[in-house]
Design a protein around this ligand. Structure first.
Ligand code: BGC
Length: 755
């Protein structure tokens, strides 16, 4: 540190003759307000230097101003870990040997913890990894709302509910930025599918935009104070979102007062004029005009590169338009690379792996654990070692590498504990663990190997037929005391993967057939689904125990092993609803997904409007397979009578809803107490109820905790399209308190009045 300080000073001395008599230039003086430093730096820059800052110079970097000691910007994906280094101008990995990161659990898992403390730990740890790798912008988190279970990128996001996503994104952003690394919240906005992602023009009501699709972004900006935001590929109101006047200027800048940097998604810019005037600051990408792929000069041909420079030189665009962008980019530098107080970070440490493990353990969801006999305690999970001496683990996902694949969030991790390893580790010598593959994914290349993201995944190779695999699995299951099937989706194209959507809700590779056969072969069956999306479960009534888990990264298998064997009591809750069938989802009921060709483009009207996820199921009285907020524990919780501090509320006041929650079982456990609000008298149609508060608590057996939630008028509002603002109408409201959106234990009524 001392050496660094000395050399920095000598650098300044050489550069500006700064000594005892000359003052440090304002832009380098960290005691000066940032805005003053921005103006000072801006005034020293040439036109060319300014334009160079507004576009990429390599796949993940943009120019600084070496002459002034302003460093380059270096970005990295993504939401779940720091991506391996790629070549300057190609997507191939650079072949570093010291870039194997901690793979943190996917953001669906983080959302499933329903624990903002986990989001803070996550943000800080991934920020430390980014900082250590000298990245000053982390391309994440993603908070696009889960609208359809087919979206290939849902695993990178935080579920279907705007309030849950908002509460989780704020600590994540703050954690990242406490390391002097900008969180780049993505993809702003309405990027709810991969199919047609570059072309689809989303048509959505202002109400749905503000109530459903924007709140998490708004919280990230106004509360989390995010320093960067990424425009999305799709279109809204006929403009691409990377240069969208309504989203970037009217809402982001004017309404939310965002003072950070707007970064384009890679290759998401299509128009120089719009890129200049509609709020974009930096253009990143893969190619230009679809023709210069791989050409190392292509960066100069970017919309915000030479074409921009030319327009200014010709006097067709005022330099002021450029200065607006450069101010934002300089602010980024002062907050990150030029903040001498930022910590140094750390990378792939045991501490980070332990944080990933904790998050994964809190995010795994126990969907079902029904007694096998009339005796209530006769359940499959956790494993009862008194009667279990042989465990059959079946299913390809028990051995599959999951941190590779999925698109830009693909990682190279220091290690990855598979479910099979994790189960073996946690079972120890208490029982024998045997494995049968059960099914095989079908994406082998001609040589019989899988190459994904530059790496061979040889463990995926199995040349046996589906029938052979199935009969081996059934025989193995018959011979065991307990069967744990580990399946679900994977990170291949058309599953949980960027760039394409799933084709249907069903599990791939005929897994339903395998599960049905296993259920017949052995009644002691637990099915573990790994995915970032809801899947259909036609066998739901034939399987006594079902676990939903996620792409949990480095420590995935250990988290699962601990949960299955009971070392960890599950406490995750679903961040999105599971439909029985696709048509039960709003986006599919209307048939508007994935958009239709019209007027030379692809248009998609979000006809279900504000009724996304559980809002739709409840509005239409459709029973989900598993409801939003659902998740069981190995213990049980009793909710006592709810009290309300006052019968009515008016503007500026608050009221408190409180109730005792008791652990009535025999194990320590965590419960997420959820509070939803329903508007009983409204001039507009509103959801039956909407999540407005939640709290995760831990209770010992027999322990009781009084849980209190404070409500204000803010929690009662809807977005009034005529007035273009949030409004609450006087009348009756109901607070629903429960263990999930479909398991409401207490309700209390109150009124909003004008005093
Ligand atoms: C993705 C972004 C990602 C970027 C850089 C794009 O294709 O949509 O989420 O950050 O690539 O890898």
């Amino acid at each position: 540190m001392k050496r660094l300080t000395i050399s920095f000073i000598s650098f300044l001395t050489a550069l500006f003759g700064w000594g005892q008599t000359t003052a440090i230039p304002v832009y380098l003086d960290e005691t000066k307000p940032i805005e003053q430093r921005v103006e000072d730096a801006l005034a020293r820059m040439t036109l060319e230097e300014k334009v160079a800052m507004c576009h990429a110079q390599s796949k993940f970097s943009s120019a600084g101003v070496p002459r002034l000691g302003i460093p380059e910007n270096w970005m990295s994906d993504g939401p779940h870990g720091i991506r391996p280094e790629v070549l300057w101008d190609e997507w191939d990995q650079a072949g570093w040997t010291n870039d194997s990161c901690t793979a943190f659990p996917a953001l669906t898992c983080l959302a499933a913890t329903w624990n903002p403390e986990m989001a803070a730990l996550y943000g800080n740890a991934i920020g430390e990894e980014a900082r250590y790798r000298n990245k000053n912008v982390l391309l994440g988190p993603g908070v696009n709302i889960y609208r359809t279970p087919l979206n290939g990128r849902n695993f990178e996001y935080m579920g279907e509910d705007p309030y849950l996503a908002a509460r989780m994104v704020v600590p994540y952003v703050q954690g990242v930025q406490s390391n002097g690394v900008a969180a780049c919240v993505k993809h702003f906005a309405l990027n709810n599918q991969e199919q047609y992602r570059q072309q689809v023009n989303v048509e959505v009501s202002d109400r749905a935009l503000h109530e459903i699709y924007l709140p998490a972004f708004k919280a990230a900006v106004t509360e989390g104070k995010a320093w960067a935001i990424m425009g999305s590929y799709n279109m809204y109101k006929g403009q691409h979102c990377c240069h969208n006047q309504y989203l970037l200027k009217d809402i982001l800048r004017d309404l939310w007062h965002f003072d950070g940097v707007v970064i384009s998604d890679w290759g998401g810019v299509h128009n120089t004029q719009e890129a200049i005037y509609n709020g974009l600051d930096m253009e990143f990408g893969t190619w230009t005009n679809n023709k210069d792929w791989g050409d190392s000069n292509a960066y100069n041909a970017y919309y915000l590169a030479n074409p921009f420079l030319r327009l200014i030189r010709e006097g067709k665009v005022k330099e002021d338009a450029l200065d607006k962008k450069v101010r934002n980019i300089l602010r980024l530098a002062f907050r990150t690379t030029m903040n001498s107080k930022r910590p140094f970070g750390s990378f792939a440490t045991p501490e980070h792996a332990a944080i990933g493990l904790r998050i994964a353990q809190e995010g795994i969801v126990l969907l079902k654990n029904s007694p096998l006999t009339p005796k209530k305690t006769d359940v499959v999970l956790p494993v009862d070692f008194n009667k279990t001496k042989k465990i059959a683990v079946i299913g390809e996902n028990a051995i599959k590498i999951m941190i590779i694949g999925g698109g830009s969030s693909s990682l190279k991790s220091k290690y990855e504990i598979s479910p099979l390893e994790g189960i073996k580790q946690h079972v120890g010598d208490r029982a024998e663990v045997v494995f049968a593959r059960g099914y095989v994914s079908d994406q082998l290349n001609k040589k019989g190997e899988i190459k994904h993201d530059g790496m061979f995944i040889n463990d995926a190779i199995d040349a046996r037929s589906r029938d052979e695999l199935l009969s081996e699995a059934v025989a193995t299951a018959k011979n065991a005391d307990l069967v744990i099937f580990v399946g679900g989706l994977n990170k291949y194209n058309g599953q949980d993967c960027e760039g394409s959507d799933r084709k249907g809700l069903e599990l791939p590779y005929e897994q339903d057939k395998v599960i049905a056969a296993l259920a017949k072969a052995n009644k002691n069956l637990a099915v573990v689904i790994i995915s970032g999306n809801a899947t259909a479960m036609p066998w739901v009534n034939d399987v006594p125990a079902i676990v939903q888990t996620w792409y949990n990264g480095t420590e995935a298998g250990n988290a699962l092993g601990a949960m299955l064997t009971g070392e960890v009591n599950p406490s995750g809750k679903l961040p999105f609803s599971f439909p029985v069938k696709l048509e039960d989802v709003g986006a599919h009921a209307w048939g508007d997904y994935p958009g239709a060709k019209a007027n030379g483009g692809i248009h998609e009207r979000y006809n279900e409007d504000i009724f996304v996820g559980y809002r739709w199921f409840e509005h239409r009285k459709i029973k989900p397979l598993f409801a939003f907020g659902h998740g069981l524990s190995y213990t049980s919780f009793a909710y006592g009578k709810a009290h309300i501090s006052a019968p009515s509320l008016s503007e500026g006041e608050t009221l408190t809803v409180s109730l005792p929650v008791r652990n009535t079982g025999t194990r320590t456990g965590k419960e997420v107490v959820q509070l939803y609000i329903g508007d009983e008298q409204s001039s507009v149609v509103r959801p039956i109820k909407e999540l407005k508060k939640f709290l995760k608590i831990e209770l010992q057996p027999n322990e009781t905790q009084e849980v209190s939630f404070t409500l204000s008028v803010e929690d009662l509002k809807f977005f009034d399209e005529n007035a273009q603002q949030w409004t609450a109408e006087p009348g009756k409201f109901k607070a629903y308190i429960g263990s999930s959106s479909s398991d409401i234990r207490q309700t209390v009524g109150f009124e909003l009045v004008k005093r």
